[in-house]
Design a protein around this ligand. Structure first.
Ligand code: MLT
Ligand code: MN
Ligand code: ZN
Length: 295
């Protein structure tokens, strides 16, 4: 099993178009590597691939990934797309996948309903792009030899669906984690997760690899950097640090642990930062665009 991170960034990427923060400036000047928006590709045999989310940067991500290039006059190694929520950074890339090549699209009924409510997604010809409703906690097979089981994790509805103050820790079908398994092992992929209750830590205990929501270091990253008022919790993302944060809550895992979906305000992106030192000392890695994990 190969998991290739196509985009390690959160919504907006690094640099973000309208951001002049120190990290975005460092990325523009080549001091740190840029990141495109959240997506990964998974394969069992290196030939057929499934995408885990489809980011607005998908076209450039695919161009940069030779394994995803066509091997015939028309067609693609991408046979399936699996969505973990309906956020812009996870669905906008579907628009790049028009042009009449078949694939299977797997998402929860709630996420499929969001797509159906947006007529622009009808550019995906339903006779070629077939929709498959994920049943939570039931395995499905987006590729031969790849078993996927989706489970609800604490999260919230997509930002553009919000009205008023949403519950940011709903456990329903709007935000899912993916258990990806083959005869080589088990990977859990959770690019968005608002909390780590005991039952979820127990679910992750079996994993060989965990790829987890690395949006914010602390709940107040945006406030501290002066980039905004929103907390990580309000955005539906659990902080890395703190008593209930992912570092503390997942400290006992045997898995290789990798943060992904990293926001451009997260200080772990700065190579000499104390925050990066802390996550490395705790045994974590940070995903980067093009990172491959093989089991
Ligand atoms: C998120 O992960 O919180 C979203 O991608 C935010 C957004 O839609 O910009
Ligand atoms: Mn996001
Ligand atoms: Zn920035």
């Amino acid at each position: 099993m190969i998991i290739r991170t196509l985009g390690a960034g959160a919504g907006g990427g690094l640099p973000q178009w309208n951001c002049g923060c120190s990290l975005c400036r460092a990325a523009r000047s080549g001091v740190i590597a840029p990141m495109t928006q959240s997506s990964a590709a998974i394969s069992i045999d290196g030939a057929a691939w499934a995408l885990l989310n489809a980011s607005p940067d998908l076209r450039a991500q695919m161009a940069a990934t030779s394994a995803l290039h066509p091997v015939s006059l028309r067609g693609s190694p991408v046979q399936a797309v699996v969505l973990t929520n309906a956020d812009v950074d996870h669905i906008a890339g579907l628009l790049t996948l028009r042009e009449k090549t078949p694939f299977r699209l797997f998402a929860t009924p709630g996420t499929l309903a969001v797509l159906d409510d947006n007529p622009v997604f009808r550019v995906l010809d339903p006779s070629l792009v077939t929709q498959h409703a994920i049943v939570l906690d039931q395995p499905f097979y987006p590729l031969p030899g790849l078993e996927v089981t989706a489970y609800a994790v604490p999260g919230k509805i997509a930002l553009y669906l919000e009205s008023g103050t949403p519950d940011t820790k709903v456990i329903g079908d709007q935000t899912i984690g993916l258990r990806l398994s083959s005869d080589r092992g088990v990977v859990h992929y959770l690019p968005g997760c608002a909390d780590l209750p005991d039952w979820l830590c127990a679910t992750l205990a079996e994993a060989d690899v965990v790829m987890f929501d690395g949006t914010v270091w602390a709940d107040d990253d945006m406030q501290r950097t002066g980039t905004g008022a929103k907390t990580g919790a309000r955005m539906g993302h659990l902080a890395m640090s703190g008593a209930g944060g992912s570092l503390a809550r997942l400290a006992g895992l045997k898995a290789r642990r990798i943060f992904t979906h990293i926001n451009n305000t997260n200080p772990v992106l700065m190579p000499d930062s104390a925050e990066l030192g802390a996550i490395v000392a705790a045994g974590w890695e940070i995903a980067h665009d093009g990172m491959e994990v093989a089991l």
